[in-house]
Design a protein around this ligand. Structure first.
Ligand SMILES: Nc1ncnc2c1ncn2[C@@H]1O[C@H](COP(=O)(O)OP(=O)(O)OP(=O)(O)O)[C@@H](O)[C@H]1O
Ligand SMILES: [Mg+2]
Length: 350
């Protein structure tokens, strides 16, 4: 049993620690806890056996071991906080002199989640590169067998190999682009760019692709060319991605409408800006997919998108670029009837 003065000192001391901390005496009673621990465990449990505060066997073992040795040990404690399961790394530390053990909780949920995301990312990239590569390797093997006997077949194999190589190369370009955009996301663009010029350039590049599919693009621009503070090549990427998607998923023989609006107030921005919309009359997207479209590698229909050479990175790149421009990407869709992808750029700040 410890002197009351000591406990007072300990009470005051633990309150200076911002992470949750419990102090347990050699009878296994909680003698002190800070506010962070009360918030985490729901009560201060002062004067009560620590089993009452923590029922997880691993942590109970940890405390018991701590009383038997000097070494600090760690273990995980799990707790659902506002609907989210959180993981805390618990460290025990023994003071032989004071005959106490301290238990501190360090929230590692975000670190674990970030690691998981990195692993998923690497797995996705590897998978995306692996399948075209496997196909190329297979064709090379077959090719060497038929190159003399069947030159026509050989030519066909070469075409497949070219297509698969291009897919890998475009995936790598997208990945590099994404990491460049992410790295620069905190820096506002400093050049003045003309959205009309950019749109005309993108339309010129993609009109032949659309024509091959019998798709007509109708471009409507309200008022004069908008000037914004932007990054020219990034805005080109945004328009290209959205128009390419409208072509790829809008359906052959259908119509695409591109509208560049004049400046108006946008609630999504809380200020005035220019909205550019890409409307297609294609398959559309069901509501439950909408929120996930900007996730890396997310595709509604993997098979269809892959056939189009897509990797599911386009919209995540668009989202990052719009964030850098202090703008927004809005997606609306009516399944079966088409989709509207809009980007809003804030007006140039003078
Ligand atoms: N206009 C659209 N209509 C219907 N579905 C769309 C449209 N635009 C995008 N999608 C869906 O959203 C998914 C993600 O689009 P995103 O542009 O990120 O990737 P992608 O086009 O598959 O590949 P990438 O752009 O990297 O070549 C697509 O796979 C497709 O399923
Ligand atoms: Mg795309």
């Amino acid at each position: 049993m410890m002197n009351m003065d000591y406990i007072n000192v300990i009470d005051n001391f633990v309150e200076t620690v911002s992470t949750p901390i419990l102090v347990i005496d050699d009878r296994s009673y909680v003698i002190s806890s800070n506010k962070a621990a009360v918030d985490l465990l729901g009560s201060d449990f002062k004067g009560r056996h620590f089993y009452v505060a923590i029922r997880q066997p691993l942590i109970i073992n940890l405390v018991e071991n701590a009383f038997n040795g000097n070494e600090s040990k760690k273990g995980n404690f799990y707790k659902t906080v506002s609907g989210v399961e959180r993981t805390y790394e618990v460290t025990t530390k023994n003071s032989r002199e004071l005959k106490i053990v301290s238990l501190s909780f360090y929230d590692t949920t975000d670190v674990i989640q970030a690691n998981q995301m990195r692993r998923d990312f690497v797995a996705n990239v590897s998978h995306e590169l692996k399948s075209p590569l496997t196909s190329i390797l297979g064709f090379i093997e077959t090719l060497s067998g038929v190159i003399k006997s069947n030159p026509l077949k050989a030519k066909e194999f070469l075409r497949v190999m070219e297509r698969e190589s291009l897919r890998m190369s475009s995936l790598i370009d997208d990945l590099l682009g994404l990491s460049r955009v992410e790295a620069a996301e905190k820096q506002l663009p400093t050049e003045e760019v003309n959205l009309g010029d950019i749109m005309r350039e993108v339309l010129e590049i993609l009109t032949p692709t659309a024509a091959k599919r019998n798709i007509s693009i109708n471009y409507v621009q309200d008022a004069s060319d908008p000037l914004i503070m932007g990054d020219y090549s990034q805005v080109v990427q945004v328009f290209t991605n959205l128009l390419q998607n409208a072509i790829k998923y809008g359906g052959d023989g259908k119509k695409i409408k591109v509208i560049m609006n004049s400046t108006e107030y946008h609630k999504a921005l809380l200020t005035t800006g220019y909205k550019v919309s890409f409307e297609d009359t294609g398959i559309g997207i069901e509501e439950h997919h909408l929120a996930r479209l900007t996730e890396r590698f997310y595709r509604v229909d993997n098979h269809r998108s892959r056939n189009e050479g897509g990797t599911g990175l386009g919209l995540s790149i668009v989202k990052h670029i719009m964030a850098r421009h202090n703008g927004r990407l809005l997606i609306e869709s009516d399944p079966g009837n088409g989709s509207v992808f809009s980007v809003i750029f804030p007006n140039r700040i003078n």
